[in-house]
Each structure stands twice: as C-alpha cells, then as structure tokens.
Design a protein around this ligand. Structure first.
Ligand SMILES: Cc1cc2nc3c(=O)[nH]c(=O)nc-3n(C[C@H](O)[C@H](O)[C@H](O)COP(=O)(O)O)c2cc1C
Length: 176
C-alpha cells in the first residue's frame, strides 16, 4: 500500500558506505521514467552521478542543505528541457518525488536538494555552478538533486496527530 509507505517515509541524509546495486538503480530509473507529465511531453533529463569527486562537487552546489551529498552512494540530478514545456517545474518535481518514494520502497534512504532558485554563492546561481560541472546545455534546467544510499539513520514516520488537518477545507476555503 502506498499509504503505508507514506506513513513511514522520511528524508534521510546519513548513509552507509555501501553502493546502491545496479538492480536498484534500474528500478529507480524505471520509476522516474514512468512519471506522469503534462501532455505526456516527458521533458525530464536525469543525470546519474556515482563518481565520488563529482558527488563532492554537487555537495557544494549551495551553501546550505547540500553537504550530505558528499556521503551518498549516488545522486540523480533531475533536470528538464525547458524548450519542451512551460510546466517543467511541475514535471521535474513529480519525477523527483517519485524517485524519493521509490527509494523508500526499495529500503533505501534519500533526500531532495533544492537547486532551482538557489544561489551557489554571491556570483553564481546553483544552476550555473551545476551547468559547468555537468556540461548542461543552455535549455536544460535543474530542479533538484536526489541523494540516495543505504540509510544509517532510522527515523520514525510522522505521527498521525501531527498532520495538518486544519489546512484542509471543505467546499469553501476556511470551512473546516
Ligand atoms: C521542495 C523541497 C526542497 C527541499 N530541499 C532540501 C534541501 O535543499 N536540503 C535538504 O537537506 N532537504 C531538503 N528537503 C527535504 C525537507 O527538508 C524535508 O522533506 C522536510 O524537512 C520534512 O522532513 P521529512 O521529509 O523527513 O518528512 C526538501 C524537500 C522538498 C519537498
């Protein structure tokens, strides 16, 4: 049941020093490529990074929130060809969350690193920094990097009592 997976799902940022198998990688990519997209345009580009030196470079994509990429077994950089659609952000976000959930389903841990609209430093955006490292064409934009590996940390799923049912309305906004 997807709901059971969602009840357990957490963002994982600490990993064992073991690789992700090819079988698991194949499943992750199959899942991502099965993502729905607006008008079925499928504008995504996925870049699988396993090279340790490149992972270290990815971990410096932005000042905060990317450091853990230094310790992942692999990262999947989720990009999109912006010349194909005006809703690439949605399409790439859906593929990103599907990667995160599939990783959890495979017993792997993962966490999203936001790239779109983030700065690398005062001179360059995270997009510009990654374009150089990954050799991205001009129209290829990065939404997120999903860092994946075998988890070290065990986190409990969020308690049902913490869910924000107060942000659900019925029929009219604010009607709880
Ligand atoms: C759009 C989005 C951007 C995120 N960006 C980052 C990030 O840059 N670095 C990071 O460590 N976690 C990032 N996260 C993970 C969130 O911090 C995490 O989902 C949130 O704290 C809730 O924790 P949980 O996923 O364990 O429930 C991001 C999550 C989303 C959905």
């Amino acid at each position: 049941m997807l709901l059971e997976l969602l009840q357990k799902r957490r963002s994982i940022r600490r990993f064992q020093d073991t690789p992700v198998s090819q079988e698991h990688l194949d499943k992750l990519l199959e899942a991502a490529l099965r993502s729905p997209s607006s008008k079925g345009i499928n504008p995504w580009e996925f870049i699988v990074v396993q090279d340790r030196k490149t992972l270290t470079k990815l971990s410096s994509a932005k000042p905060h929130g990317a450091t853990f990429l230094n310790n992942v077994a692999l990262a999947i950089v989720v990009c999109a060809d912006t010349s194909k659609t005006d809703v690439w952000v949605e399409d790439a976000s859906i593929a990103s969350i599907i990667l995160h959930l599939t990783a959890a389903d495979l017993g792997l841990g993962s966490c999203w690193v936001q790239i779109r609209k983030r700065e690398h430093d005062t001179q360059r955006s995270a997009q510009e920094y990654l374009s150089e490292i990954l050799g991205l064409d001009e129209q290829i934009m990065v939404e997120a990097i999903i860092g994946i590996g075998h988890p070290v940390e065990e986190k409990k799923g969020h308690d049902a009592s913490s869910l924000l049912y107060g942000q659900v309305s019925y029929e009219q906004f604010g009607r709880r």
